[in-house]
Write a protein that binds this ligand. Structure first.
Ligand code: GLU
Length: 472
């Protein structure tokens, strides 16, 4: 069977990483079937019917985040709001066939019902007072809401692909509103109609929607539409065991971009959050498409662990293409230090990238670790580095500087020269290399100092040494 999945975010803010994981699972499931099954499509629907919660700009941000994550959707994204006429048509159809009814309850009456329920300590459930009334009872001039006639007997059963068989007594389900008095459809109606019209075969989403699935499946049945398969994935929790929210730190995908995570690292991490393939931690996209299936989605909530994400990110950084990383670093540099970056910075960083990228957990760190390539001298010397520049150290640096004239400027030759000085002075190479690093990079930690000297070239290196030795 060919599968069709969809991701259906509400544009109420930026894309939450829980939403990103839902999108990823839907995307992987569709791509897996596209490549290894009988076909698959992944669709995007923006659930913008509720204008009150739709935030301007959120849709654009959702597109950007999905694009950044590489979760491309098939065809045009569907706007739920644009389909309002179709939702009304289905509401009328249900009304005309006796499967729904007009409800003339006023907001005050509904508040009373809510109050009564609260006093009795039970959840608010509409008391179905208009379900069996005659049309002639309708108050004149009032615009009714259309409510669904939920079956009063029996049970609703869902064979969820993650949760297994789950059921609820229909008595527990209310006569939900399909169309409000002002003619706007509810999420419950709109999503059923859209999923049907878009040919969605599998609904993969957070398990906070499990109770909606019972209600939505009843609407489907009433319309004699095929039921989609459901897969409700457990939510992501914070370390404290509560649902991941702003309290736990960054939850929007674009924050992770700003914090210096690579999209493939975030996807790999989110994939492992609730799905597994043996003990594999690093799973690239092609592998993920090949292996992904709903049977390996866990049933219990997973905990977000930022340190694990950071180590996965470090892995992807280490293996990322140098040119791509240089472009990311240059963009970050230009944002932060526009106008103060030397012309040769990009070239230096490119040449230094193999040594830099293995030492950073994020692109922000990578940018920070590249700073000694970026500015006009004299460079800034950190306090730790300055402490290494003692008078003995300076004496060694002077000796070293003296033999650099007309030197072969390869890192190997430079290291040999440094060894000569170290041997002459009866010290370990590190006792020279550390102050050298401090003088040339302004820091105590960096990639190989000889490699850095090679990249900076003789003129710049010697000038930096003189800055320190002559107290510039
Ligand atoms: N718009 C809903 C949400 O953002 C998704 C509903 C669904 O997937 O059916 O939570």
């Amino acid at each position: 069977m060919s599968v069709v999945t969809r991701f259906a975010p509400s544009p109420s803010g930026s894309l939450h990483i829980g939403g990103a994981r839902t999108a990823l699972f839907n995307w992987l499931f569709a791509r897996h079937h596209e490549l290894y099954g009988n076909g698959g499509k992944y669709l995007l629907r923006i659930e913008d019917t509720d204008r009150a919660i739709s935030v301007e700009g959120a849709t654009k941000q959702i597109y950007e985040s999905l694009e950044w994550l590489g979760l491309d959707w098939d065809g045009e994204a569907v706007s739920q709001f644009a389909r309002v006429e179709r939702h009304r048509e289905i509401a009328s159809q249900l009304l005309n066939t006796g499967l729904a009814y007009n409800c003339y309850c006023t907001p005050e009456q509904l508040s009373e019902m809510r109050e009564l329920a609260r006093n009795d300590g039970r959840p608010m459930r509409y008391d179905r007072r208009w379900r069996d009334r005659e049309p002639s009872d309708a108050p004149s001039g009032a615009a009714p809401a259309i409510r669904f006639k939920m079956p009063l007997e029996g049970v609703s059963v869902i064979n969820d692909l993650v949760q297994g068989k789950v059921e609820v007594s229909n008595k527990e389900l209310d006569d939900l509103v399909l169309l409000r008095g002002d003619g706007t459809p509810t999420y419950m109606l709109a999503s059923v109609v859209d999923d049907h019209d878009m040919g969605v075969t599998h609904i993969i989403r957070g398990d906070d929607h499990l109770t909606n699935a019972f209600r939505q499946s009843q609407i489907c049945r009433a319309l004699e539409w095929n039921l989609p398969e459901y897969a409700h994935i457990p939510l992501i929790y914070g370390q404290d065991g509560t649902k991941l929210s702003k309290r736990h730190g960054a939850v929007g995908v674009e924050s992770y971009k700003q914090l210096g995570y690579l999209p493939e690292a975030l996807c790999n991490y989110l994939l492992r959050l609730g799905w597994g393939h043996g003990n594999e931690e690093i799973i690239d996209r092609n592998q993920a498409i090949k292996w992904f299936g709903l049977e390996a989605v866990g049933k219990s909530p997973s905990r977000f662990d930022i340190s694990k994400l950071a180590s996965i990110n470090a892995h992807y950084l280490r293996n990322a293409d140098d040119k791509r990383l240089v472009n990311i670093v240059m963009r970050e540099l230009q944002e932060k230090f526009n106008g103060t970056i030397v012309d040769c910075a990009k070239d230096r960083i490119f040449r230094g990238m193999p040594g830099l990228k293995g030492r950073s957990k994020s692109t922000i760190e990578l940018t920070e670790n590249s700073l000694f390539y970026v500015f006009e001298r004299p460079i800034k010397i950190s306090r730790d580095a300055a402490e290494l520049l003692t008078s003995e150290a300076k004496y060694l640096l002077r000796e070293f500087a003296n033999i650099l004239e007309n030197s072969d400027w390869s890192k190997e030759a430079l290291e040999t020269k440094a060894r000569t000085i170290a041997d002459q002075s009866n010290i370990k190479l590190g006792a020279l290399a550390q102050p050298l690093r401090a003088a040339i990079t302004g820091k105590t930690i960096s990639p190989s100092i000889f490699e850095i000297m090679e990249i900076l070239g003789p003129e710049e290196t010697q000038a930096r040494l003189e800055d320190v030795l002559c107290g510039n």
